[in-house]
Design a protein around this ligand. Structure first.
Ligand SMILES: [Zn+2]
Length: 418
């Protein structure tokens, strides 16, 4: 299953927003390490100006300190990258530091070390060059101190942003690939950043599929690169992604409704769900509710069709009802019925109590559903008409995972609207 272009774009934005926050943390860490080292160098200039070109700062210690500073930041970014990846494949389990394997820990450690070495090597070279110049013209200690300050402020102003971005993106995508592996995926799609779709290097990869192991190390393609990997979901996980609606949108349908009808539609989502259903079955309702129950039925005769796959979960059914449903060849809703475009939402409705012996989750191909999502973003609800009929095309018991990540068995029944 390939997500739509709009979906991919939205995924990229999530990733960009998250990594920008992580870049800031990276920059602050870099800044803190630099300032501490600058003070050490200034101190040495004042204490022993003659020897300072050799001393500068404790190089070995500096590498240790920088590594110690970067390591947790990189690890955090790897974990966040993995978490987002796992969220996308909906494996629905937490990814914490304990899930980083030896290989990942070694990767984090070696990236932190390489980074710490590279930064300190450059700083040392720049300090030596600047101080040598100062010594040559016989500068005073305050002037030499100024040189040190300048080297450090430029180290930050010229390099912090690129360094933070490049390393954050590297760590985040490494984490994403670990997350996809953990989620059972085999491949990922290279997705170029929207601000970089003009970059020939990145566009050469855009849209290509990579085996997870081959994907490693490709991103960042260049400094400041913000490309990423999107999941390629194998077919058994396909159902986790919402089906694209067909026909007039729910928003268009909503515009055709009167005030009362809109009130009735909202009532369905809040407190009048069972009142409306009771009215449909018996014709009985409190007079005030009756007005809305009628408006509700009227609103559903207007357009706003949803064609596609939806889910409905039920629990708290007695053995007799359960068996009757299980043995049905066709099913008809005796009142307006709720379904959702998300399997895990239906699973939440089906879960009930842990002791509940009978749960059913219907996977329904609907032709006449009404797109209620405009009123119910959270539940991604699709309304199924009273009297709509479905052919039972199969069934099996399997494990479902609900929105709170609970796992349980339920009978899955496949329905197709007739
Ligand atoms: Zn790029």
């Amino acid at each position: 299953m390939i997500p739509s272009e709009a979906h991919k774009e939205a995924l990229w934005r999530l990733y960009a927003a998250r990594t920008e926050r992580e870049e800031d943390v990276f920059k602050r860490t870099f800044h803190r390490c630099l300032l501490k080292q600058r003070d050490e160098v200034i101190n040495n200039v004042m204490q022993q100006p003659r020897n300072v070109a050799e001393t500068l700062f404790d190089y070995k210690q500096a590498i240790k300190d920088f590594k110690k500073g970067f390591r947790p930041v990189i690890q955090h970014t790897v974990i966040e990258g993995a978490k987002q990846a796992i969220g996308l494949v909906e494996l629905l389990k937490q990814f914490g530091p304990e899930m980083l394997n030896q290989q990942a820990l070694a990767w984090i450690s070696s990236k932190s070390l390489t980074l710490a070495k590279g930064i300190n090597r450059t700083t040392k070279r720049e300090l030596q060059a600047s101080l040598a110049e100062g010594f040559k013209i016989g500068e005073s200690i305050p002037k030499l101190t100024k040189r040190v300050e300048k080297v450090y402020s430029q180290r930050y102003s010229r390099h912090a942003k690129t360094l933070a971005r490049t390393e954050t993106i590297r760590a985040s995508n490494y984490g994403a690939l670990q997350g996809y592996k953990e989620g059972g995926l085999e491949q990922a799609e290279f997705y170029a950043a929207d601000d970089e779709r003009t970059c020939e290097d990145c566009m050469a990869y855009h849209g290509k599929y990579y085996k997870l192991d081959e994907a490693e190390g490709l991103i960042p393609v260049h400094p400041n690169c913000r490309c990423t990997y999107l999941p390629i979901i194998p077919s058994e996980l396909e159902r986790e992604l919402p089906t694209e609606p067909e026909g007039p949108s729910g928003a268009e349908w909503q515009k055709t409704l009167t005030e009362t009808e809109q009130g009735a539609m909202r009532g369905w989502g809040s407190s009048h769900y069972s009142d409306f259903r009771t009215y449909q079955r018996t014709g009985i309702a409190d007079p005030r509710i009756k007005k809305y129950a009628k408006a509700f039925d009227k609103a559903l005769t207007k357009d706003g069709r949803y064609k596609g796959e939806v889910w409905r979960g039920i629990n708290n059914i007695d053995a007799k009802t359960f068996n009757a449903i299980k043995n049905s060849k066709t099913l008809t809703w005796d009142a307006t019925t709720s379904a959702t475009t998300r399997e895990n939402i239906a699973a939440s409705f089906a879960r009930g109590k842990p002791t509940d012996p009978h749960r059913i989750i219907f996977k329904i191909k609907t032709k006449s559903g009404v797109d209620y999502r405009v009123f119910s973003i959270k539940e991604e609800e699709i309304i199924l008409h009273k009297g709509s009929q479905y052919r039972v095309t199969g069934q099996k018991t399997r494990v479902f995972i609900d929105r709170s990540k609970n796992k349980f068995d339920a009978l899955e029944m496949f329905l197709e609207e007739i």
